[in-house]
Design a protein around this ligand. Structure first.
Ligand code: NAD
Length: 418
């Protein structure tokens, strides 16, 4: 995976490209392309052997003009201030792109969670929640899961917050377990939005999804669920990789069996339904119809983009393409459905979870999925309309212009105070 692009610079370029199309004043863009605040922490955590570890952690609140800050918490050794800032900015434009009433935030702890026991992770999560307590809340800033965090961490976070506040407030985080106030359909939501945008694109371009070949880089929550739902739609998932290994079968992988194998053994490697083992680099340039990068940022740089053979890329991960890759793919007429739309299912269903928490009323899974489909198809149509009317170079720029207009309007209407 290339690290050539600073994710924060990638974000700023994306905002500036859209701003150029819309002819926005520099001072407005300056305000909307930098975070309002970034909290940097050194968390102390007692390890099981009694020693103390000090770890770096962050929370960035990028923009709150359209509503409370919203965004996940990532546990990864690659977490940096620049990465958290970029991810928080992407959340602003993602929420605006799909029109949910949130701003954007993001947090991260710079650790490899595999090196910590469950009780150490719990103490670390609780220490982080304690530090964030004054900044978060259902009307302030609402964290959620991201890479290497899930329901367990959200439950610890919520419990710490509620204990310190002395009241229940399930809407302080989303992505919780159902029993702790989570929403039906949340676990599948990101993969489901990836499936929906691919389906919409095939309809828009008049392509046939039946037996269309798909390759998925990153077989975690987003990637494996997108793969399963595309498989159910009739597509043929021929390749998948994780951080250590990858598998290929010309006739298509049995996605559920591959997932079960990974859950059991921790890796895709050794899956007996595959005919070949492949690397992530091989997967990215494979001759398939649809490529789904669903791992981390900067997976596809300019050089890899020259070799991509897919007709369509749906960005399940956040920021998987460098700006150079974007340029190359546009020149090569390869469509890219941008992350701020393709993976927005997670935040949309997080929004539904928060609405249900505030109403103290839970929806059926069918209602969640139907509403998700409505939000995604409306945003997809808005993107296509902007793409055609403004004659911009990429679907990404089109989606950013839709989102930026919404954020600008909210910022202008709110004004600056004092
Ligand atoms: P996850 O931890 O469940 O899965 C990540 C997967 O990527 C794992 O299978 C890991 O092995 C694999 N991976 C890591 N490095 C890789 C590499 N170099 N090559 C191939 N595979 C590699 O995380 P996730 O929640 O699925 O998140 C994946 C991406 O989707 C991230 O960019 C995240 O920000 C984005 N995303 C997730 C959600 C969500 O709701 N889960 C929502 C929006 C965006």
């Amino acid at each position: 995976m290339s690290n050539e692009a600073n994710p924060f610079e990638s974000l700023q370029q994306q905002i500036h490209q859209a701003a150029t199309e819309l002819d926005v004043d520099d001072d407005v863009i300056n305000r909307l392309s930098n975070p309002e605040r970034v909290l940097e922490l050194n968390l102390s955590v007692e390890l099981d052997d009694g020693t103390i570890d000090v770890v770096e952690a962050y929370r960035a609140q990028f923009n709150g003009d359209r509503g409370p800050y919203k965004g996940g918490i990532r546990y990864h050794p690659g977490v940096t201030r620049a990465e958290v800032k970029a991810l928080s900015g992407w959340m602003v434009y993602k929420c605006a792109a799909v029109n949910v009433p949130y701003g954007g935030g993001k947090g991260g702890i710079k650790i490899d969670p595999a090196e910590y026991s469950e009780s150490e992770l719990e103490r670390l999560t609780r220490a982080y929640a304690k530090e964030l307590r004054p900044l978060v809340g259902e009307s302030r800033d609402i964290p959620a899961p991201d890479v290497n965090t899930g329901q367990r961490e959200m439950n610890w976070f919520k419990d710490t917050y509620e204990t310190l506040e002395g009241r229940t407030e399930p809407g302080v985080v989303t992505g919780k377990a159902i029993e702790s106030g989570g929403s039906r359909g949340r676990v599948e939501a990101t993969g489901r939005s990836v499936m929906l945008v691919v389906r919409e694109a095939f309809e828009e371009f008049d392509w046939d999804i039946e037996d269309a070949t798909v390759a998925v880089q990153g077989f975690g929550n987003a990637g494996s669920i997108a793969a399963r739902l595309l498989d159910e739609l009739g597509a043929n998932v021929v390749a998948a990789t994780d951080s250590r290994s990858g598998v290929y079968s010309e006739d298509g992988l049995d996605v559920a069996a591959a997932k079960a194998h990974k859950s059991k053994t921790g890796a895709l490697s050794g899956f007996d339904g595959a005919t070949e083992e492949i690397s992530s680099e091989e997967l990215l340039t494979m001759d398939v119809d649809v490529l789904i990068p669903a791992a981390l940022e900067n997976a596809i740089d300019g050089d890899v983009a020259e070799e991509v053979s897919a007709d369509l890329i749906a960005e399940a991960a956040n920021g998987p393409l460098t700006p150079e890759a974007d340029k190359v793919l546009a020149e090569r007429d390869i469509y890219v459905i941008p992350d701020i739309l393709a993976n927005a299912g997670g935040v949309i269903v997080s929004y539904f979870e928060w609405v249900q928490n505030r109403q103290r009323f839970s929806w059926t899974e069918q209602r969640v999925n139907d509403e998700l489909e409505r939000y995604i198809t409306e945003a997809f149509d808005a993107m296509i309309e902007a793409y055609e009317q403004q004659e911009v170079a990429t679907l990404r720029i089109a989606m950013y212009t839709v989102a930026l207009k919404r954020v600008m309007r909210a910022a202008e209407e709110g004004g600056i105070w004092p």
